[in-house]
Design a protein around this ligand. Structure first.
Ligand SMILES: Nc1nc2c(ncn2[C@@H]2O[C@H](COP(=O)(O)OP(=O)(O)OP(=O)(O)O)[C@@H](O)[C@H]2O)c(=O)[nH]1
Ligand SMILES: [Mg+2]
Length: 350
């Protein structure tokens, strides 16, 4: 499946329908009164977060969205029909930015959340509306109000509970493939993973969380080296980062520091996120190597370090338990902090 996490599109809500000038025509009544109806409202542009999507690729092919004009008014005081809204479905986690790419207009962070981004124009008034005691036969009717138009940026930030970070080849995709049903590409060369992928981990009926595997980072990623750091956006909303360090390749402390440095250079609160450090590929290390590298990492980071092997599945259960507990705690804290309305996924208008 192709993946795209940003897209620029044009949206325009429908113009309002025009009001009309009309007069009553009936037998035996010489001068019928004004009865021109109002125009109908133009169609809205509505965005909806859809749970079954996880790419913006469709927006590469369709970039213009226009809602229809409202119907014109008609004689006999008939109001024009309101035009149907245009509903644009985007993946959960899509943020809508103004053309400047800075101002966020909406954050579609929950399944089913909807926002009206552009309101349809109101219909113009028909001449029946302009009748007064001194002007009983007005010839005035207004055109409909124009709809709103703008260019916007869609930016997808996948919503996962756990973000996998590490150098290329650290074993991130292997880890994802053994703990979830996801089947990412795995190979012994760097930058095997070219776009983020999600997997669901199920520990029990009541316990599950989503992991995001992203392309490996290298030194200078924040300046564009390798695949750059733009995929880090996909772990911005994670509760915890699982930082995999390849224990079988070179200097583990240097590897860990390189990634920390890139997380700090990326502004998005990533450096402040809880991190679980895991020394990976212990199946390919001697017991002495495992303990000395682990100690070196613990000394450098000042944190406990877990050891595991994605290939032989050693210690996976312990690591998943740690992650689940951290995810649960974060969710509970968020629930306590959020006002009840927001937790219910209230509709809002941008
Ligand atoms: N011995 C051993 N090899 C592993 C382990 N996990 C991954 N590998 C190997 O390491 C290489 C890289 O694995 P990937 O899972 O593709 O690594 P990645 O971190 O996703 O790499 P990028 O997508 O390039 O960032 C592959 O050859 C894997 O078979 C492990 O636990 N033990
Ligand atoms: Mg990978």
């Amino acid at each position: 499946m192709k993946f795209l996490d940003q897209a620029k599109i044009y949206v325009k809500s429908g113009d309002g329908g025009d009001g009309v000038v009309a007069f009553r025509r009936e037998k035996y009544i010489e001068f019928g009164g004004p009865d021109g109806g109002n125009g109908g409202r133009g169609g809205d542009i509505v965005f909806e977060a859809a749970g079954n999507l996880n790419t913006l690729i469709d927006f590469r092919y369709t970039q213009h969205f226009r809602a229809r004009k409202g119907g014109n008014g008609a004689g006999s005081d008939r109001t024009g029909a309101a035009a149907a809204p245009v509903l644009i479905q985007v993946p959960v986690g899509t943020q809508i930015f103004d053309e400047d790419r800075e101002t966020m207009l909406a954050d579609l962070d929950q399944p089913g959340k909807r926002i009206v981004l552009c309101h349809g124009g109101d219909g113009g008034r028909g001449n029946a509306h302009f009748k007064t005691s001194t002007n009983r036969a007005p010839r005035r009717a207004d055109k409909g109000w124009p709809g709103e138009e703008r260019w916007i940026w869609l930016r997808l930030k996948l919503i996962a509970d756990v973000g996998l970070v590490g150098l290329p080849n650290a074993g991130k995709s292997t880890f994802l493939s053994v703990v979830s049903a996801a089947r990412p590409k795995i190979a012994d060369y760097p930058f095997t993973t070219l776009h983020p992928q999600l997997g669901v981990v199920r520990l029990s009926v009541a316990e599950e969380f989503v992991i995001a595997d992203i392309p490996g980072l290298i030194e200078g990623a924040h300046e564009g080296a390798g695949l750059g750091d733009r995929f880090l956006g996909h772990v911005e909303r994670c509760a915890v980062l699982l930082h995999l360090v390849d224990g079988a390749a070179g200097d583990v402390v240097k590897a860990w520091r390189t990634i920390r440095h890139e997380l700090e250079a990326y502004d998005g609160g990533l450096a402040a996120k809880p991190e679980i450090i895991a020394l990976n590929k212990i199946d390919a290390m001697t017991p002495q190597q495992i303990s000395s590298r682990r100690r070196a990492l613990e000394k450098a980071s000042g944190m406990p370090v877990v050891t595991l092997s994605g290939v032989t599945r050693q210690n996976l259960d312990d690591v998943l338990r740690l992650l689940q507990d951290r995810v649960t705690a974060t969710r509970e804290a968020a629930r306590d902090a959020a006002p009840p309305q927001a937790a219910a996924g209230r509709e809002e208008t941008a």
